[in-house]
Design a protein around this ligand. Structure first.
Ligand SMILES: Cc1cc2nc3c(=O)[nH]c(=O)nc-3n(C[C@H](O)[C@H](O)[C@H](O)COP(=O)(O)OP(=O)(O)OC[C@H]3O[C@@H](n4cnc5c(N)ncnc54)[C@H](O)[C@@H]3O)c2cc1C
Length: 444
């Protein structure tokens, strides 16, 4: 098994870890890495979490990239069993043209299935489909003490609920069984409509969530005054087109870090204006390959370098339905006044709560956006954390690098259940991450 000293970062490149990275290719090698007498360990999948969820500064990191086999597929039921390092990209490449897709997918295909379980990720179909964990039939977990455990809604139930959305601290997931979804076409028809302000955008999302399979809104977080919260609603359905050849997706790569001055309030504001106007005032409908719709940012590899060497923070929260109008408005007013928001932000609705003790989703609106890292950004993030708490919301750990441990405890009321499971399964704290230390998980 390879073993190398590396510096790993989160996708936002503000969190770094000097680590000893191992790349097991089999269950026995994972067991060997877990049993090693050395320090603490965390699994690292596709590295698409923005902050420190998969980082372990000064300790060991288990890279799951070589655990990437699809073990079985039942073409009648769609049940797929795979290792954790399989990516959404591989599922698209192998199954889309055969009429099967992952039941839920995040906005990047470079995320792994292990990472999707550990953050209980959601997609543009959350109102209809819930989060990834809702589709997991069972998991095989190598516990910190080396036991191999089968987890499901019938076996080791508490550990199952702690592992879904459990940010990698309950053990190393070795196998995942989940049901894929049948689709009628590898293309989707996307209806796009402008909304001139926040009330109109939220009303459009509320109407669309009841009618459409996929919904998302791009929001201009730099707009102020009467245009505050203007954006573009996208609602999509699988097309009637069947499975004609899809155009090859040629991704470009950003070869260098942009200089810091490239992203400034002027260039960002201008970009957002142009983006808003790309859809005609009367709206439009177009047909797109499913993967181009799901993963628009994947067309530019290493796009995180656009933020320069200092990187960027992403903020994503969910505000419960009853507070959503007030809460999202308060957040956007603060963000627009800070003049530090980046390109397009995303506003989505979320349906039911996830199964995991630390699952992020609950019914309401979720807002996600990037901020280039500047001296004052952590202060802004702290203000957004307080506003989120004031409106009964929570911050998404997959995107987080800044949340306080006090805020985290208030946002995740099932944390005591999760910590009780952790104390039982990992009394010595063998699995730890920088996020766990920052949020003082398991310290209570
Ligand atoms: C462009 C972009 C768009 C995104 N869009 C969305 C979105 O729409 N919805 C959404 O929910 N998220 C979204 N995300 C976040 C992303 O889906 C999650 O962070 C996801 O967990 C990343 O998976 P990964 O394989 O990169 O995992 P990593 O980031 O490497 O790790 C994530 C967590 O999983 C744990 N883990 C990984 N493998 C294992 C394993 N085998 N056993 C135990 N624990 C493991 C790690 O320890 C860590 O805690 C987006 C991210 C990007 C960059």
């Amino acid at each position: 098994m390879q073993d190398e000293r590396r510096i790993l970062t989160g996708w936002g490149r503000t969190s770094h870890a000097r680590t000893r990275a191992v790349s097991p290719a089999s269950e026995a090698e994972v067991a060997g890495a877990l049993a090693a007498p050395a320090g603490r360990l965390i699994a690292f999948g596709g590295g698409r979490s923005y902050g420190d969820a998969a980082l372990n500064d000064g300790g060991d990191t288990l890279l799951t990239g070589a655990l990437n086999r699809i073990l079985s597929v039942d073409e009648a039921s769609g049940v797929l069993v795979c290792e954790p390092g399989v990516t959404f990209r591989e599922l698209i490449d192998r199954f889309l043209d055969r009429g099967w897709v992952a039941p839920v997918s995040p906005g990047t295909a470079f995320a792994t299935i292990g990472g999707a379980v550990a953050n209980d990720v959601h997609g543009k179909n959350h109102d209809r489909a819930g989060s990834f964990g809702d589709h997991v039939l069972w998991l095989d977990l190598l516990a910190p003490d080396g036991r191999l455990l089968r987890l499901s809604s019938r076996e080791n139930v508490e550990l199952f609920r702690a592992t879904i959305g459990g940010i990698g601290l309950t053990g190393v997931i070795l196998k995942i069984a989940f049901a894929m979804k049948r689709v009628s076409s590898s293309f989707v028809t996307v209806r796009e409509a402008r909304a001139g302000n926040l009330d109109a955008l939220m009303a459009a999302l509320r109407a669309a969530r009841a009618q459409s399979t996929y919904t998302v809104a791009w929001i201009d977080a730099t707009a102020t005054g009467r245009s505050l919260g203007r954006g573009i609603l996208e609602a999509a359905e699988h097309a009637e087109a069947g499975f004609p050849a899809r155009p090859a997706r040629r991704a470009l790569r950003l070869p260098v870090d942009f200089p810091d001055f490239a992203l400034n309030p002027l260039s960002i504001g201008l970009f957002n204006q142009l983006y808003y106007r790309r859809v005609p005032a009367a709206g439009r409908a177009r047909t797109l390959p499913f993967d181009a719709f799901l993963y628009p940012l994947d067309a530019l590899l290493d796009w995180n370098r656009m933020y320069g060497r200092r990187g960027f923070y992403q903020f994503q929260c969910v505000i419960p339905e009853a507070e959503a109008d007030r809460g999202i408005r308060a957040l956007l007013e603060t963000i627009a006044a800070s003049r530090s928001a980046s390109f397009l932000a995303v506003l989505k609705t979320l349906g039911s709560a996830g199964r995991g003790f630390l699952s992020f989703p609950f019914p309401g609106f979720t807002l996600a956006l990037d901020f280039p890292a500047r001296a004052k950004t952590p202060e802004l993030m702290a203000r957004l954390e307080r506003l989120t708490l004031d409106h009964g919301g929570r911050v998404y750990l997959a995107k987080d690098a800044c949340l306080s441990s006090e805020g985290f405890r208030r946002m995740y009321p099932q944390l005591p259940h999760y910590e009780a499971v952790l104390h039982e399964i990992d009394p010595m704290g063998r699995l730890r991450s920088d996020m766990a230390r920052r949020l003082r998980i398991g310290d209570a």
